[in-house]
Ligand binder design. Structure first.
Ligand SMILES: Cc1cc2nc3c(=O)[nH]c(=O)nc-3n(C[C@H](O)[C@H](O)[C@H](O)COP(=O)(O)OP(=O)(O)OC[C@H]3O[C@@H](n4cnc5c(N)ncnc54)[C@H](O)[C@@H]3O)c2cc1C
Length: 413
């Protein structure tokens, strides 16, 4: 053991530097309570305290900070969606990531290395042309590329010429990238805590006191607090928590799994995704190959990982990069995703006047962490849903104004 470590371990008067203060006692009242200490809840706390001067805020987290889907995701950040509403929203998400390390004074290791989605059929290529035109219309960097350009972007890909998974082209999204998920969460948490936001870990929300059309108090595992406003950002528990407030959400929970290999020398300089193979890959800053795919095919509230998904992901990875066939797997894990019918989140107003939703983030919400936090904070501060969030209302399921992003989300996240 290094001597300095031993010295500080034994020294009684050594006070470790804490970015986030230890969990304090709950106050009797908060102007805003945020349910869920994942990336989304912490980002909303940051924007409320920094840009709206609202600091009497508590983030209530039933486990440990950012231990939900924020800790489990594979960190794809992109804006190559299909609909106008989504592209506009996620384009702002990408630009907030571009400035995030500066905003948080914390290196979130944003790496804008581009995302390549592969086409194995003419039909997929046609849909890529539509997505590219939509993206260009909004000013995103996106184009359809032919097999030669695919090979230039990712030289180690198996093009499988004439084979079952021949690569006919791709959708090249230069704005795509990744960031370090725990750095994002801790960066927001540290900034919010510095401005007086209280972060209460091991504090579970158990129920609500409702007077008329407003929540008056929140019952937690550590006591009851009265509230001005509530933001619900409870990840895989969104359907359950909303039900505690009497709100029925069109959300169903499915596990989503991922895995990483042993570290390899850098060879994969972009994100690569194949919808046909239900597989995507990227290389982490440590050299590990992160491999993910689609959700489990059945509803379940569990974070166990399974052999069948491992085999499916390994098959897809080896099809695209055959030399991975004897690489060792280090870890496999799962998160519980809160899926909506149209693969689009639910944000903004709820049937309760002071209860605001940040839900339905399913398999695609990490990239939205800054933009959702920014506009949820704006919404609460002004008590009016921000314009950019209006299309994502819970009400769209009554009017059938759905925003179908299944084709742009299923295996790419
Ligand atoms: C394997 C996997 C891969 C993914 N890959 C990507 C990707 O590449 N790109 C992308 O954009 N997205 C991806 N996602 C989705 C992304 O992880 C989520 O959409 C995002 O992290 C949601 O953030 P959040 O803060 O809303 O939820 P979470 O991080 O889950 O935070 C919610 C928090 O609420 C807490 N909570 C729940 N109930 C209560 C309660 N009653 N009281 C108090 N606290 C409570 C939970 O403990 C949790 O910490 C992936 C997800 C998984 C599982």
């Amino acid at each position: 053991m290094p001597l300095t470590l031993l010295k500080y371990g034994l020294k009684r008067d050594y006070v470790p530097h804490r970015e986030i203060p230890a969990t304090p006692d709950l106050r009797r009242r908060y102007d805003v309570v945020i349910i869920g200490g994942g990336g989304h809840g912490l980002a909303a706390a940051h924007y409320l305290s920094k840009y709206h001067g609202i600091r009497n805020v508590a983030v209530l987290e039933k486990g440990y900070l950012a231990g939900g889907n924020t800790a489990r995701n594979t960190t794809t950040i992109r804006s190559n969606y299909i609909t106008n509403q989504s592209i506009r929203f996620y384009k702002e998400a990408v630009s907030l990531y571009e400035d995030m390390s500066h905003e948080l004074n914390f290196n979130v290791m944003f790496s804008q290395r581009g995302q390549l989605t592969l086409a194995h059929s003419e039909a997929t290529l046609r849909s890529f042309h539509l997505r590219a035109e939509m993206g260009k219309h909004h000013g995103t960097r996106i184009s359809v590329v032919d097999p030669r350009q695919v090979k230039e972007i990712c030289p180690h890909l198996n093009m499988d010429e004439g084979g079952q998974h021949e690569i006919l082209g791709g959708l090249w999204h230069e704005d795509g990238g990744t960031a370090r998920h725990d750095a994002v969460a801790w960066g927001y948490a540290a900034q919010a805590a510095r401005r007086g936001v209280e972060i209460h870990q091991r504090t579970e929300v158990l129920g609500f006191d409702i007077s008329g059309d407003k929540v008056s108090a929140i019952r937690t595992s550590r006591g009851t607090v009265s509230v001005g406003h509530v933001i619900q950002a409870a990840g895989g528990a969104n359907q359950h928590v909303a039900k505690l407030a009497g709100i029925d959400m069109p959300i169903r929970c499915f596990p989503l799994q991922a895995m990483v290999t042993q570290p390899l020398k850098p060879f994969l300089h972009t994100l690569v995704s194949s919808a046909n193979l239900h597989t995507y890959l990227m290389q982490s800053s440590r050299g590990e190959i992160v491999i993910g795919g689609g959700s489990d095919p059945y509803q379940l509230i569990s974070t166990r990982s399974t052999l069948d998904i491992k085999e499916q992901l390994a098959h897809g990875a080896v099809q695209l990069f055959p030399f991975l066939h004897n690489v060792k797997l280090l870890r496999q894990w799962a998160g519980i995703t809160d899926m909506t019918p149209d693969y689009t989140p639910i944000m903004g107003a709820s049937p309760l006047r002071n209860y605001w939703l940040d839900c339905g983030w399913g398999t695609w919400g990490f990239k939205a962490t800054p933009v959702a936090g920014k506009y949820l904070a704006d919404t609460v501060a002004n008590e009016r849903v921000a314009d950019i969030l209006l299309p994502f209302s819970l009400g769209r399921f009554e009017t059938m104004a759905l925003i179908n992003e299944m084709g742009a989300t299923a295996a790419s996240h």
